[in-house]
Ligand binder design. Structure first.
Ligand SMILES: NC(=O)c1ccc[n+]([C@@H]2O[C@H](COP(=O)([O-])OP(=O)(O)OC[C@H]3O[C@@H](n4cnc5c(N)ncnc54)[C@H](O)[C@@H]3O)[C@@H](O)[C@H]2O)c1
Ligand SMILES: [Zn+2]
Length: 385
């Protein structure tokens, strides 16, 4: 019954500078038809399938077996799961393994996994023999609605996250919500935080829909998940189509992220990205309210929705607001010593400065005041929800 649910295709248009347009196929069971999708969108002599060790065991080996059964040449390349492996070392090891296996320019990379795999395998594809095509098969909610669309690939280096990379669009994205069945609960909820962000920046009705369907989403109702993935991909596709190189409107997708990245940094990445985004959006709503840019009560509405989704609304116990403020200066969005934030005008709409910019300069005292307005968790439990 679920498997017969219709497949939705969202067409993503990229700028000529960053690649051709491509389709995001969304539908329960569509990963089982991966071979057809590869033949249609990324015909190649051979497929280098990249997955982290967890996803390789859960899905990768099966999908590669299926491709081979269908007569396609496919090899599986794995690396250790987790953000710490989105590294130069993993990039080099994958490249060397592909070279040793005789993968040539007529091959295509298939990234099966979360955002770490998509970013890393995309960067491997971007650099392998000066670039070969790649296809994304996201297996986390975050990757399905965010990381797999938009063509940002890259790795982390000791100086910071995502500091080495390339803009290269995938040939296709195959988003199968059935692959989420094995995803741990925290990662599932973390992904919903990015969907809330999409509602906050672009679509008030979608924000209301997420709020009203919080219970169904947390129960992983397949129809609710399919709607969530489709609408979020549409919003992301719409924003990146206007601005693939992140010079202007794409910056709106960074709502909540200036503070989120700082929180990830000061908690040594113990706070996972989606949870940091939930708190970052709350802090940046408060910044906007203090600047008179964000309508009053926006943060309060957001907090109500986050609580229904069992996402954090309190800063982790023991986090020092001054360290958070300091950490925002390392963000790529910081310019001339001032922190920059993408803010919302209200639920469902991003804010612009008088000169038309999508990001706002925020002084340290203002940011500190916004952080001071957030409650602090009484114990670690309150942060981990
Ligand atoms: N390129 C972009 O535009 C973009 C956008 C947002 C985030 N990102 C990047 O994405 C990364 C975060 O992505 P993520 O949250 O997906 O992390 P992730 O890829 O590390 O996945 C999270 C964990 O879930 C496991 N996992 C993945 N799919 C699973 C499944 N179906 N069942 C069971 N376990 C599964 C993984 O092994 C991993 O341990 C960050 O590096 C971030 O920078 C990129
Ligand atoms: Zn994010």
């Amino acid at each position: 019954m679920i498997r017969s649910a219709p497949q939705v295709i969202v067409h993503v248009v990229a700028s000529p500078a960053t690649g051709e347009p491509y389709d995001v196929r969304i539908g329960p069971g569509c990963a089982d038809r991966l071979g057809d999708a590869l033949r249609a969108h990324a015909p190649a002599f051979r497929y280098a399938v990249v997955a982290d060790d967890v996803v390789a065991r859960l899905h990768g080996e099966r999908l590669v077996g299926r491709l081979r059964d269908e007569g396609l040449k496919a090899d599986l390349f794995t690396f250790g799961s987790g953000e710490s492996n989105k590294s130069r070392a993993s990039w080099a090891a994958l490249i060397d393994a592909m070279l040793a296996r005789g993968i040539a320019r007529d091959a295509c990379v298939v990234a099966i996994g979360g955002g770490v795999t998509g970013d890393l395998a995309g960067f491997v594809a971007a650099t392998y023999m000066r670039g070969i095509p790649y296809v994304q098969v996201p297996t986390t909610l975050l990757a399905m609605i965010d990381a797999s669309v938009g063509g940002k690939t890259g790795i982390d280096v000791p100086a910071g996250k995502n500091l080495v990379g390339a803009f290269v669009q995938p040939r296709a994205v195959i988003a199968d919500p059935l692959l989420l069945a094995t995803l741990p609960d925290v990662h599932f909820r973390a992904g919903i935080a990015e969907a809330v962000k999409h509602g906050m920046i672009a679509d008030a009705a979608y924000f209301e829909w997420i709020t009203a369907n919080a219970a169904a989403l947390l129960d992983r109702d397949p129809a609710a998940i399919a709607t969530l993935v489709r609408r979020s991909v549409e919003i992301k596709a719409d924003v990146v189509a206007e601005d693939t190189l992140e010079t202007a409107r794409r910056a709106t997708l960074n709502f909540g992220h200036t503070v989120a990245h700082a929180l990830e940094h000061v908690t040594n990445f113990e706070l996972i990205h989606g949870f940091a985004v939930a708190l970052g959006m709350l802090a940046e709503c408060r910044v906007g309210e203090l600047l008179g840019v964000t309508a009053p009560e926006t943060g309060q509405r957001l907090a109500g929705t986050l609580e229904r989704l069992r996402l954090p609304v309190r800063l982790p116990v023991g986090t020092d607001p001054d360290r958070i403020v300091e950490a925002t200066r390392f963000d790529k969005k910081a310019r001339a010593g001032l922190t920059r934030c993408a803010l919302v005008a209200r639920v469902g709409g991003s804010a612009r400065t008088e000169s038309g910019d999508w990001t706002f300069d925020v002084s340290d005292p203002r940011l500190r005041a916004a952080l001071d307005a957030l409650p602090i968790a009484l114990s670690q439990e309150n942060t981990e929800v």
